[in-house]
Every structure is written in C-alpha cells, then in structure tokens.
Design a protein around this ligand. Structure first.
Ligand SMILES: [Zn+2]
Length: 205
C-alpha cells in the first residue's frame, strides 16, 4: 500500500506512531524503532505493509520503502511541503474511510512541487480541496459584517472573502479571487499575491 506520512509521534523507547494517508483512509500505525529509520519522516511517500490489524493494539507498519521525490534535496521546498502537510493533518487525521481524492491531491501536488512554485501548487490544491468539500463561498457578502463586498477583498481561513478593513488584511481584486475559485489556477496572480494566499492557508482548513 502507498501513503503519505501525515505525522510522526514518539512512543516508548525509539518506537513511533505514524499517521498515514492512503487512497482509502488515514490511519495511525505503530512502528518499532521508527526513530532509527530516516524514511519515517513527515510528508514522505512510502510503500508499506501492515500487520496486526485485528488486534486491540495499533496495527504495525512493516516492509517500509521510500518513494522519493526529485525535489527532496531542496530544503526550501521540503520546508514548504512540511507546512502544507501540517495544515492538512488535523483535517484528515484518523478517518477510517476516506475518498481517494485526498491521496490523489497530494500525489499530484508532490509531482508538481519540484517543477513549479510550491506556494502556487499549495494554493491550487487547497482550492480544489475546498471545492471538493463544497466549502467555497461565492456569496457577495463579507464573512464578518455580512455587508456586500466591494472591488477589493481580504481572505480568512478557508478562503472566506471579507472586506480588507474588517480583518485588517491586504487587498486583492475580488475578480482575481473569483477567477481563482473558478479555474483553480493562480496563473493570473503575482508572486506577492500568492505569498499572501499561502499565508492564509497556514491558518488552517
Ligand atoms: Zn465586512
């Protein structure tokens, strides 16, 4: 089975509890001496087998191998990947049955991460996730004061549109944000705007 490591927590001795997003679920597993294995790392894509699924204890990871990305030598890209995975983790933690959409979203993002600006990939993935969950709000109303939006907007977590003055935020053209929602691409946005959107993502889902 293949999966992305969403979190690694220390257990007793050098054992670890590893949460993995696969195409079917997000589940926690026990890994003996996981702390000694460098491939048990946040955000890594691994191939693995599971044993002990019927016991009262956590199932155990075995035969773990690393499916590497070509950008893993670039520390700045790894850091951004860690940030992106960290905001997804609480949203996807321990869900027994999960649509394969989430695994495929990370697979697609990881394949683009080396070739494109990772912040753009993250923003586009985040929009796709919100749309998949039906959480993109196209209402022309400020989320804070419920008055009509104007030409410029600011964004809260979940890309909820507000008057910039209501959330003390930088301003973005509303038409650009609507276009981002509709096309799921950041191509019309400049890098400064993408930096701002990435900072909004870091507030969570
Ligand atoms: Zn407002």
């Amino acid at each position: 089975m293949k999966g992305f490591i969403l979190s690694v927590k220390n257990a007793k001795n050098e054992d670890t509890i590893v949460t993995i997003l696969s195409s079917k679920s997000s589940q926690s597993y026990y890994r003996f001496f996981g702390a000694r294995h460098s491939i048990i790392s946040l955000g890594f894509l691994i191939d693995f087998e599971v044993e002990g699924e019927d016991s009262r204890f956590l199932p155990r990871l075995r035969r773990v191998s690393h499916l590497s990305f070509d950008w893993l030598k670039d520390n700045s890209k790894i850091l951004l990947w860690h940030q992106f995975i960290t905001i997804l983790e609480p949203h996807l933690r321990d869900i027994e049955e999960l649509d394969e959409f989430y695994f495929n979203l990370l697979l697609e993002a990881s394949s683009k991460w080396g070739r494109q600006n990772p912040k753009r990939v993250a923003v586009e993935s985040y929009i796709k996730l919100l749309l998949f969950e039906g959480r993109v709000d196209f209402n022309n109303e400020c989320y804070i004061c419920q008055m009509p939006l104007e030409q410029f907007v600011g964004l809260m977590a979940g890309f909820k549109m507000c008057h910039p003055r209501c959330i003390y935020s930088p301003s973005l053209l509303k038409t650009s944000i609507i276009e981002l929602f509709q096309t799921q691409t950041t191509i019309k946005l400049n890098d400064k705007e993408v930096d701002y959107l990435f900072d909004v993502i870091l507030k969570g889902i």
